[in-house]
Ligand binder design. Structure first.
Ligand code: SF4
Ligand code: ZN
Length: 310
């Protein structure tokens, strides 16, 4: 059914006669806005169902930074949960305290949650850890993303617990997941490479990633179609991130060899399945200081905070 308009060079939707708004090269499909929205919503629904990410009666905390991924996540979950009985959503925003960046996304998050009528909580680094990320990082900017990642994970888990959630949904997309695989390989961090954060344990609130099979490009187009696209500033610490380099490299590889990112993620699944029985991360215990689950004497947050003393 695929047809191309020879004069304009623009392609036609593979499912109807309208102009395509997106080309999904790895699936050899061109879709118009309506068919793309339908296709993407069905795929997210399928990911949630196939991985049992949501069950009837669940309360789901949704990490809502107000950026593109989390905005799409909340819009999509608001729809997906209607297929289940008695599921409630609570949006959670972590304000790390990043001047010139976070203020705008927090405003977007507040607006979106209010528009959808979803309960919303905001927690901040000063309130939880005693200072903003900007303050912690004075003179240590190169450690920004490591510090931010560790503290934000704890902040989200705390807020999700306060909200009485059974699961925590995050907006990690296909690009993020593929980048993480490559970064963990580059760092030689096998335990983290194969860790399954969605696993049910007595220790952690399970995390779910409903957008794990949706690319950054698809999310951007979806937001435009839903009228939810906003130009937001970029985090000023991005330039210190290994992720930024990996992101550029993977985007180029994906363009030259469509399907690269999906294959990378598949290789992690295959490796995890092979190593299922061997314990590469060590047994879990409780942090001596705060009682949180961890694989060493002190959890990452309690090990990190003294090095950030002001
Ligand atoms: Fe945090 Fe780094 Fe992301 Fe900025 S780029 S929000 S510092 S993880
Ligand atoms: Zn601790």
């Amino acid at each position: 059914m695929t047809a191309a308009s020879p004069c304009s060079g623009r392609s036609t939707c593979s499912c109807c006669t309208k102009s395509a708004v997106i080309s999904l090269r790895d699936r050899n499909l061109q879709l118009c806005g309506d068919h793309f929205r339908e296709d993407l919503e069905a795929r997210v629904s399928q990911t949630v169902r196939e991985n049992t990410m949501i069950r009837d009666g669940d309360r789901i905390a949704v990490a809502l930074s107000g950026g593109k991924d989390s905005t799409a996540l909340l819009l999509l979950l608001d729809k997906v949960v209607k297929d289940y009985t008695g599921v409630s959503l609570a949006a959670i925003t972590v304000d790390e305290g990043i001047a010139g960046y976070r203020e705008d996304t927090v405003v977007s998050a507040v607006r979106l949650a209010a528009d959808l009528g979803i309960e919303h909580r905001i927690v901040s680094f000063p309130e939880l850890f005693g200072a903003s990320l900007d303050t912690f990082l004075k003179g240590k900017e190169t450690r920004a993303c490591t510090v931010c990642g560790i503290l934000r994970k704890k902040a989200l888990a705390t807020a999700a617990q306060q909200a009485g959630a059974d699961r925590l949904a995050t907006g990690h997309n296909l690009n993020d997941e593929a980048q993480s695989v490559l970064m963990n390989v580059l760092r030689g961090d096998l335990p983290r490479l194969i860790r399954d954060s969605g696993k049910e344990t007595e220790f952690f609130i399970p995390r779910i990633k409903p957008l794990q099979e949706i690319s950054e490009k698809e999310i951007a187009v979806y937001l435009m179609i839903r009228g939810a696209w906003r130009e937001l500033p970029e985090c000023p610490y991005t330039r210190y991130a290994l992720r930024a380099e990996v992101r550029t490299m993977l985007s180029k590889l994906e363009y030259d060899y469509p399907g690269t990112m999906k294959r990378l993620i598949q290789s992690r699944k295959t490796l995890s399945a092979c190593l299922k029985k061997s314990d590469v991360s060590g047994p879990l215990q409780h942090c001596k200081q705060c009682g949180d689950p961890c694989s060493r004497e002190l959890c990452q947050v309690c090990s990190l905070l003294p090095s950030l003393r002001l």
